[in-house]
Design a protein around this ligand. Sequence first.
Ligand code: SAM
Length: 351
Amino acid sequence: MVQAMERVHLPVVQAQPAPHSGDPLLDPFARRIRYLRVSVTDRCNYRCTYCMPEALEHHMQFQPRAALLTFEELERIVATFARLGVRKLRLTGGEPTVRHGIVDLVRRLAGVPGIEQVVMTTNGHLLGELAAPLAAAGLRAVNVSLDTLDAERFRAITGRGDLARVLAGLDAARAAGLRVQTNAVALHGINDGELVALCEDAWRRGAVPRFIEHMPMSDGALFEPARGISAATIRRTIEGELGPLVPDEPGRDAGPARYWAVRGDRSRRVGIISAMTEHFCDDCNRLRLTATGDLHACLGHDDATSLREVVRASANDAPLVQAIAAAVSGKRAGHVFAQSPPKKHMIGIGG
Ligand code: SAM
């Protein structure tokens, strides 16, 4: 396991040249990219067991500050994506709220012409202080990771987490006018007895609960297949207590989750990210940018194109567009998690 975690330096390879569609964001499978996920730091204040556990911390080589994209570089890259047709940005990490100046960054990115919504995935630890300034800066929504409602279990899963603080942060986000969803990685023997409680707590707080299937990252080092709970089992469990679920609209999410609602009550919606058992690669509209500027066309594959070197080499945006088009032209049909887990770490790519 440790050996796998040590492999943090991934080859950055150039993707194949773009096809001649004339649209740099149209991939070879006719999927149009509208959504960019941006990891703003590879550091995190939590140490979740399935993502970046404490015991393996000393094997991680976190990136030095000079390696990170500056706010100016990020703004330029995002503005280029927006000119090409990206409309939605999700800031993630590591933990995005620990990046110094995050409120300023949100303000800058929310002001980029063409960007319609800036949203964030966070562990919620700092939302109590940051929710109102982030909302004022133009953030529209947060996904808050929340695997359990049991304080001791929460600490055991997150290493350093404080459940009361996260719940207060979630409430602060709602009070600041942000749309809120919760994210729980559904795991047998960990939170399988809490799926309905997690839903009901989220609904009570004005949030939409979501469940994520356990995915094999880090070369499979932290993956425990027997712990994974399938989307079908998640739905069955909820239906067993609350009655039938019917498919629901994604709303403004346009992300990977499929949404369901308790029949007859659309105020009780739940999202499921079924990356493993009911994958959604055919509808993928996303690219991922790491904090160091590597553009990944797929969560499940390791190849990436460095945009940092391109922006640092020239003030002209044409080479940047070319690099983006090349990455999009190399986007795979889908992930191959089952046969070949990616070596990259979730903490580096941001989910
Ligand atoms: N620190 C932020 C947070 O906690 O939400 C953002 C980054 S975190 C990597 C993004 C999401 O990925 C979290 O909801 C986390 O639970 C999820 N995640 C991490 N490792 C995962 C795995 N192996 N399988 C499924 N989801 C995972």
